[in-house]
Every structure is written in structure tokens, then in C-alpha cells.
Design a protein around this ligand. Sequence first.
Ligand SMILES: [Zn+2]
Length: 282
Amino acid sequence: MSVRTFSNPAGNERCLGYACPICGSSVFTFLWEVEGARFHRCCGCGHLQQYPVPVQEELSLRYGEEYLSYELSNEEAFFSLMAKALDDVGFSSLTASRGLAGGRFLDIGCATGRLIEHLRKHGWRAEGVEVCSPTARYGIEHRGVPISISTLEQAAFGDQAFQVVHASHLIEHLSDPVAFLQEAHRILDNRGLLVLTTPNSAGLQAKLFGSGWRSVIPDHIHLFGRKNFLTLLRSNDFSPLSWKTWGGIAKGLVSETIKRPVDRFAKLSGLGDVMIVLSEKR
Ligand SMILES: [Zn+2]
């Protein structure tokens, strides 16, 4: 019988590896394992991310028919949230005052193209990028909107092609958010606008629920806190012009009389569950 080499059980030691996209540190503390995904916190800036980081090409293969039915059953709810968030951040007034309205608009991770359809009706030259083939095909066939079935990088748009680049609930799914921001920067016109929506890991719900927070799921590789997210944008040559957070406490957890003031407090203090940031290309 062979004798196994001595080992202690696996512990919660800090891990060396992938550099943090916010501060560049490669020292992380292991926090939680959730459905096989291992979440770590950066010791330099507190950024929350998975490690090891899955390869993007393989990650994209996760999204298939199931994602299409999820999108279809939530389509109108997601669209009205997106429209409200754009309103909150002053999108229409800003684009109108800068003469950008009706310009070229790219929606990355556009799902079934609901926002693109809406914008095209309002005069924008809007188009999308979507890695999930059945979902993109639905948009192309049922809505007649232009969608490239690929990642942003594979779509290979020209330099400074767009006045606005928008991505809602996308950046947290990516292996390399810095590469994504660099590509968004390249395809944006001078002083073009980047609008990103993503969960706020510095929000009230994230703090309350820890590993039970609804955004701690295997599909979310990076979970940004509001301050860290603004730092990431600035260090990639974007100037944040306006941001908002919303969502204080999940529906059904507390009574409406408690939920309403908590939601208002979260919104006013930047502790909402989801954030939208409108930035300008520098
Ligand atoms: Zn960091």
C-alpha cells in the first residue's frame, strides 16, 4: 500500500495569480465557493472576482436556448428598467444637447434587440452585438434589427465608428473587462459616450447577504463596487459624467412600508443594488 505524501487540508490562504483589473494587485483572499465558482477579494482594493478566471471563448458557449427563453419571458421588464436607468442618468437630454441624438448607437449584449428596436423608432442608427446565437437570431428575424452574432472584439468595428456604446449587465460576465473597455474606447468617436449598467458589490444587498447576494453566481466573473468601477473607467481613459444606483432591498423580504424608505436611502447614498454609469471618452 502506498503512503500518500503529507498534506494539510485546503485552507483560505491568499492566492497568487491573475492581476486585479482595478489596482493591478495579484494578491487575493478566497471568500466563497458558489455552485463551483470560487470568489476572491483583491487585497489591494477590495474588488470581488472569480479566480480562476474562465476563458472568454468557452464562457460564451454557456449562452444558448435557455438564455433565449429567460430573455423572452423578461423582455419588457428588462427593457423598462433599461429605459428608466437611461432616463435617470440624463441620457436623452445629454445626447440632445450635444447633437448626438440619431447617431450611431451600439448595444453590446443586446439579447433580443428590444432596446435597438426602440431606438431605431426614435431615429437612432442603432445596432447590436450578441454572443448567444438563438437570442440574436430572434432579434434579427422577429424585429428586423441588425445584430452581429459575436463578441465585441470579433465584430471588428472601425475606429471611432459610434457616438454611443451601451452595455447593460454585460461587463460582469467578461473574463477581461479591461480589454473590453479598450475596445469600446477604440470604436467610440471623440467625446463619445459609454453607458454601462452592472451590479453594485458595494451596495446594501451585497453587504447584507454576502455569498447569498443574488449577483454572486457562476456567470458573474467580476462584481464591481461603485468607487472601484469609477476608478476602472478613469484608468481606461473614460471620464464618468453621471452615475446612479437603485434597489435597496429585494422584493418580498420586507413589507412595502419598510422597503420604500430603504430603497430611497440606498438610491440617495449610492448603496443601491445595481448601478449605471455614463462616461465620456477622453
Ligand atoms: Zn484590486
